[in-house]
Design a protein around this ligand. Structure first.
Ligand code: 13P
Length: 264
């Protein structure tokens, strides 16, 4: 059974107090969920180590980072490296979130370098891809996604996506209150899988360790329908991951769905 991954992205939000409250609630439930669900918590850099201390030894809860620099060390004031993130127990690193593409002008070339350094350090990249509203309007979704993925293959080779995640996050859906339609999620995830498997050295183990997440206005109202699609391996949640009641509600919905599905 492939476990589902639920990732929370706190973005530029959070306090010491939120880390404390949040981890306390999650810790109470982690055992129940561990059979089917892996949880990745991604607070801002400054709170990661605090979160680690609070959730330590929970086998199905992992730490994620929202970003990394593409260099290991040196005179780069204000940056954080993969080595440092690894040093404090981070396992997953987001690469190319649309907010970094937009506000920090990260292009596909830079993103592919970051992806490579994460893989070279045996951490798990979560490559975020997605089209803008305009690109969707002009039916360019597939062209854009292909471009975003291709650069990674060019730099990292055929096995680039082994033990990796892709998060399909349509830019227009993020923070808008309107997620992509189920039909589109299915269609796009299938397209991504087909494209990646075609360009990779495929074997079943590879498929088992490759995940596609959906992100963009995931709520307790749409989580069940999204997660029950065959091409969806998990969720990437922004705003609703900041409220532990809402976040846990979504996890609970997913848990019940799997419990029912596997009849355990
Ligand atoms: P929202 O869930 O707030 O739409 O954000 C999605 C996202 O960007 C997660 O990375």
């Amino acid at each position: 059974m492939k476990k589902i991954t639920i990732i929370g992205n706190w973005k530029l939000n959070g306090t010491k107090n939120l880390v404390k409250k949040f981890s306390k609630k999650i810790n109470l439930k982690f055992k129940k969920y561990s059979k089917f669900i892996n949880i990745v918590l991604s607070p801002p850099y400054v709170y990661i180590d605090r979160m680690r201390k609070k959730i330590k030894d929970k086998k199905n809860i992992f730490l994620g980072s929202q970003n990394t620099d593409l260099r290991k060390s040196g005179a780069y004031t204000g940056e954080i490296s993969v080595n440092m993130l690894k040093d404090i127990g981070v396992k997953y690193i987001f690469i190319g979130h649309s907010e970094r593409r937009i506000y920090h002008k990260e292009n596909n070339k830079k993103i592919s370098k970051k992806f490579k350094i994460v893989k070279d350090n045996k951490l798990i990249p979560i490559l975020c891809i997605g089209e803008t509203k305009k690109e969707k309007k002009y039916k360019l979704t597939k062209v854009i996604l292909k471009k975003q993925i291709k650069k990674i293959f060019n730099l990292c080779g055929k096995n680039a996506f082994k033990n990796s995640y892709i998060a399909y996050e349509p830019v227009w859906a993020i923070g808008s209150g309107k997620s992509a339609s189920i039909k589109d999620i299915n269609k796009v995830h299938q397209f991504i899988k087909d494209y990646i498997f075609k360009k990779s050295k495929i074997n079943n183990n590879y498929k088992k360790n490759f995940y596609i997440q959906y992100g963009g206005s995931v709520t307790e109202d749409n989580a069940l329908e999204i997660i029950s699609q065959k091409n969806v391996d998990g969720l990437l949640i922004g705003a609703n991951s900041l409220n532990y009641k809402k976040f846990l509600k979504i996890i609970d919905i997913v848990y019940k769905y799997y419990k029912n599905k596997y009849n355990v």
